[in-house]
Design a protein around this ligand. Sequence first.
Ligand code: SF4
Length: 492
Amino acid sequence: MLVVRIIQNIVCGIIGTISNGEVAADLYDGLLGLQHRGQDACGMVTFFDNKFKVRKGTGLVREVFSMESLLELRGQIGIGHVRYPTAGARAGEAEVQPFLLNSPYGLALAHNGNLTNADKLRQELEKKDYYFNSSSDSEVLLTLLADELRSKAKKTLKNEPIFAAVAEVMQKAQGSYSVVVLIANFGLLAFRDPAGIRPLIFCERATGFAKESLIASEPSAATLLGYDNFKDVEAGEAILIDLKGNLEKKQLAKAQHTPCIFEYVYLARPDSVLDKLSVYKARLRMGEKLAKQILKSELEIDVVVPVPDSSTTAAITLAYNLGIKYREGLVKNRYIGRTFIMPGQEIRKKSIRHKLTSVDLELKGKKVLLVDDSIVRGNTSARIVEMVRKAGAEKVYFASAAPPLKWPCFYGVDFPTRAELVAAYRSLDEIKKELGVDALFYQTLEDLKAACGEGRTDLNPHLKGFCAACFDGNYPLGKIDVEAMEKEGKQC
Ligand code: SF4
């Protein structure tokens, strides 16, 4: 039997919109606002004159879409996707989203997340004579939805059978999925898995005689377009918006809302409010809590230096609460992609060397406390420590705003196997040695959860806690055989 290795998608960004005018320019701006969630590939699908219009390719949004291609993407409804692939290798153009299916009804889908039972679902669908053009779990999700629609809906589509089909998808699909679907001649459908692992927001605005609507991974896709008043698509909820802008929501599965805590640490933009919790405030509190721990150590520190960019917010409050100078002693070359999500070790190593330079005057002869959002493999951190020592630092200490990463993620983030995670099998002293630092501090998981807003039922009564499985190994969506998944190469 041919075994197809399912390629999962990570840290993707999705968007869908219905407008009174052409949507291509809005989708383009929206995708730019989501570019931090994936820089490897992107795509857009619109619907016009009874046909799908499609443009997909590998590269950044501004590289894939030209003015000419945007003019061809006619229509008042469309969806888009920015992607970063997992499975350690750069996936080809066949894997670029959105995915399309012409029958039944005409569907285009963009997905952020990772199905943990994609292989099984694919085999079941193949037995029903469905064929696949890619090895992506997102195409499996699209085909599953199409199959359920085929059995639930009549010739003319209505809301009820669509909701019934999504309810079945939620029963069958395991893992994380925030999804937006363009249904030809009908409207937009969006839904989020019962644990709400990946974020999904929607917003509306009244223009002229009809409403315009937008659904996206983060508000940053919509603020550029003048939208405000963002609402979350709740865990286990689906939303349907017809072509006139009429919106209906339905809770289709019992929610066990445990969003990904790593969105607050690193993935999401600091200006995002996800599940009613501010990413920026969470990062400020991460710094405050780390400061309390470091104060107890009575270590002598001259300067706090963030590893740019996602640790700067935490480093500011950390320095403030320690009463120590904050200095930008490392400067990032902004035009090189985020390193830990780059596929392939060679590319990763090369990009670390080109990623940062040091401001030697701020480091020379100083006892430097470096602050980063997290430590994954440890290779980036070790090279930064080396760079700071070369710049003349007397001592180099390191603080991580997140606890030790010990487990792989199966819900859509490109963490490696435990063997590659520097903290998986090492003691604090051994990690210290690996990084080459004089002292090492990790946030405790308890403090991280508190910083992100666990227990803030005043802000979000639906929140049951966070997924923090990469820190504690407690996977919220049922038992996972980590060893077997690692052997099969299923870690993201
Ligand atoms: S395992 Fe970690 S990265 Fe993955 S969803 Fe859970 S918290 Fe997020």
